[in-house]
Design a protein. Structure first.
Length: 135
């Protein structure tokens, strides 16, 4: 009587298919990790740019002089990096107010700002009247 023995294990084709599926999955994981890292860096830069814009608006609001209309550029160092800002001051209907738009870029010649923030600055004499009225 003849007995047949079956061998256990995987065929070469099954192993190759498994390796192909595994390599596709690992490639997708590496790509998603790279995207997450990139997004974290962009979010960090946008957050710092917002701080720079907020600081610039606060400086203008606390300044003893009323900002002139027009634009002005400058830079500020924050967290070990130089950030480039541009303020655009515009007249509004109320003579005691100015509209200020602050744009912040990560490099001096960047085409688009990371953040644009708008705010209003009151005339120093108005601030003095407001402070006196509260006291």
């Amino acid at each position: 009587m003849k007995t047949s023995r079956t061998q256990g294990g995987f065929t070469l084709v099954e192993i190759l298919v498994s390796l192909a599926v595994l390599s596709i999955i690992l490639g997708a994981l590496v790509q998603s990790a790279g995207v997450a890292t990139s997004n974290a860096g962009r979010l960090r830069d946008r957050t710092i740019a917002e701080w720079v814009a907020t600081n610039r608006l606060a400086e203008l609001r606390l300044s003893p002089s009323f900002p002139e209309t027009g634009s002005k550029t400058g830079d500020e160092e924050m967290l070990g990096k130089t950030w480039y800002w541009k303020t655009i001051v515009q007249k509004v209907e109320d003579d005691d107010l100015r509209r200020v738009d602050v744009e912040v870029r990560s490099s001096e010649n960047a085409e688009n700002p990371l953040v644009t923030m708008a705010g209003f600055v009151s005339h120093p004499r108005f601030r003095a009247r407001s402070t006196a009225a509260r006291q």
